[in-house]
Design a protein around this ligand. Structure first.
Ligand code: PA5
Length: 447
């Protein structure tokens, strides 16, 4: 198996296969609209041909910059939120040792994250930890003005300068932002930081294959060339001339829209490997921010199995029948653990002796799928041959393309996020930010 696979057959116990097949024309039209830039949000299509347009000079620049941070830092703090954070974390977590931060024979800096919350305890504890560490910062914000990362950056930049001196600190900070606009760009120019540009036509949630994702992933020690190669492969496999029957992204977009039309309003992304937790978080943002608008859109949820079978499993099995599942299945694990025989067999587990732990996990996966289908939950499956950079690149582009097509099938603009502004306006009004005087007055009157 050279590429990821999509299995949608198990949905046809719940929806009419012919109706899904009938999406051929609209799904191919949606793909064409993406490629011809004739659909809504067409000024945000920089992600579409991004993988195949990444050149050698750009990769080398990213790798060289990563090398400087890798050589000089025990810890690199990646500052960003939403699309400026989740993609990098999804890939780094999926590829890292589960106990990464405890390893003593590390070859890469520990990657920590900030700017994705405003928890004072979180930031305090991070700053305490960094007091004894040689650390660097990758500060990521397309707008350069988002409050959460800006706040974290000011705190950590100040600390780094106090610990290292301004000149040394300058060499340990990389900014990834707009080419000319925003406070982060101004700061970076002023301070002389190394910078990478987020192209105008790439929205946050579609930016993981830009420096936003690639630099932190390279710093963590992973092969960004393979990641990009996997994405290029999927770019080709979902190209505009690929017919619906062979286009995995188009098929996934079609089947989930048909499920939605049949009352399945929530899609749960399921994994059976805890390393995939943040891939689900990335996927939730991608689909949630792209489709949840105009009072429409599948609600994207996620669970980590088998862990959550002991919490959410009951709801999924017997709760309101408005859900469907998409399982991310990994064919081959990267390590082997064989279950030992125990002559006393006091735990009664000798029936598993000699079996791989993954065989038990696979039977849990299969058993769960059958149980959930029996319980009225349609089941889709995306299969990765292995968890590595190449297949992660494939699945990232697979979902991005599917999201673009799916948004068009739903009839929304999958590339804007007008709803994200509402909380910011209230927060600035409550914090009495200059320029928000009228809003401050209005909101205070409501308290
Ligand atoms: O997908 C998006 O556009 C958002 O999630 C942004 O990435 C997020 O709000 C952070 O924005 P910025 O990169 O401008 O700080």
């Amino acid at each position: 198996m050279k590429t990821i696979k999509l299995s949608i057959d198990k949905a046809f116990a719940f929806i009419d296969k012919q109706k899904v097949t009938a999406y051929k024309m609209p799904a191919e039209a949606a793909n064409l609209a993406l490629h011809r830039a004739t659909g809504r949000g067409s000024d945000f299509l920089g992600w579409l041909n991004l993988p195949s347009s990444i050149d050698e000079a750009h990769l080398t620049d990213l790798e060289n910059t990563a090398q400087i941070l890798r050589k000089n830092c025990e810890v690199v703090v990646v500052i960003g939120i939403g699309g400026s954070y989740l993609g990098a974390r999804a890939v780094i977590d999926a590829l890292s040792n589960s106990f990464d931060w405890l390893l003593t024979d590390r070859k890469s800096p520990i990657i920590l994250y900030a700017g994705q919350n405003i928890g004072e305890d979180y930031l305090y504890e991070l700053q305490q930890l960094l007091k004894t560490k040689k650390f660097g910062i990758i500060s990521i914000s397309k707008s350069g003005t988002t409050t959460e990362p800006a706040l974290a950056f000011r705190l950590l930049k100040t600390q780094l300068e106090e610990q290292q001196g301004k000149e040394a600190a300058r060499k340990l900070i990389v900014a990834i932002t707009d080419k000319s606009r925003g406070a982060l760009r101004t700061l970076a120019t002023q301070e002389g930081y190394k910078t990478f540009v987020i192209a105008d036509n790439i929205g946050g949630r579609y930016s993981v294959l830009s420096p936003v994702g690639l630099l932190p992933i390279a710093v963590a020690g992973f092969d960004i060339r393979q990641l990009v190669a996997g994405a290029v492969e999927m770019e080709n496999e979902t190209a505009v001339e690929v017919p619906f029957e062979q286009n995995l992204s188009a098929q996934y977009a079609a089947v989930r829209n048909e499920l939605y039309q049949n009352g399945k309003k929530t899609e749960i992304l399921v994994n059976f490997h805890p390393k995939l937790h943040y891939l689900s978080e990335w996927w939730k943002q991608l689909f949630g921010e792209s489709e949840g608008k105009e009072n429409k859109g599948i609600f994207p949820a996620s669970v980590d199995f088998t862990t959550d079978l002991h919490s959410m499993g009951q709801w999924i099995q017997e709760g309101e029948r408005t859900i469907f599942e998409t399982v991310i299945s990994i064919n081959e694990t990267n390590h082997i653990t064989v279950f030992p025989n125990d002559p006393s067999n006091l735990d009664g587990l000798n029936f598993l002796a000699g079996k791989r732990v993954d065989e038990v996990n696979k039977m849990a996966e299969l058993g769960t799928m059958i149980a959930h289908i029996d319980g009225g939950v349609p089941n889709l499956k995306v299969v990765l041959p292995k968890l590595n950079e190449f297949y992660l690149g494939e699945i990232i582009y697979f979902f991005e393309k599917a999201c673009g097509i799916s948004g068009y099938l739903l009839g929304v603009n999958p590339f804007d996020q007008p709803g994200v502004e509402a909380y910011k306006k209230n927060m600035f009004a409550l914090l009495e930010k200059p320029g928000y005087e009228a809003e401050t007055k209005a909101i205070k009157a409501r308290l």
